[in-house]
Write a protein of this length. Structure first.
Ligand code: MN
Length: 129
């Protein structure tokens, strides 16, 4: 799969760089947002194929961002994948309860990261026309 527009919500520069590099290598367009407010604005404007959402963010945390995204009708079909270094029991459930479709743990594994993203993109693939 190639050619998806992916909104990458991540406040850490190094994490943003790595995820962007890996996704661009596979032909995806990556639009960065560094906090939740920017993420909400860009999500509405871009209507991306997928949203990657860091949970530990300034301004509002990722759970709050996910809940806010989920009530926007335009974005109902857009998969939201949480990315978090939280390894605590219950975080997966909290992400899903907030409206995320899935969960990837940090640190990102460059060997498997894009394949995992593609799994979620199948529910909202870019058109190949
Ligand atoms: Mn963070």
């Amino acid at each position: 799969m190639t050619g998806a527009t992916i909104l990458l919500v991540e406040d850490n520069v190094q994490n943003r760089y790595l995820a962007t590099f890996l996704l661009q290598q596979h032909g995806h367009k990556v639009v960065p947002a560094a906090d939740g407010r920017e993420a909400l604005e860009l999500a509405v404007r871009l209507q991306p194929h997928l949203i990657l959402l860091d949970i530990q963010l300034p301004v509002m945390d990722g759970y709050t961002v996910a809940r806010a995204l989920r009530v926007i009708p335009l974005l109902q079909a857009v998969p939201i994948v949480a990315v978090t270094s939280h390894a605590m029991v219950g975080d997966r459930e909290r992400c899903l309860a907030a409206g995320c479709d899935g969960y990837i743990e940090k640190p990102i594994n460059p060997e498997t990261f894009v394949a995992e993203i593609h799994r979620y993109l199948h529910s909202n693939p870019p058109s190949q026309s």
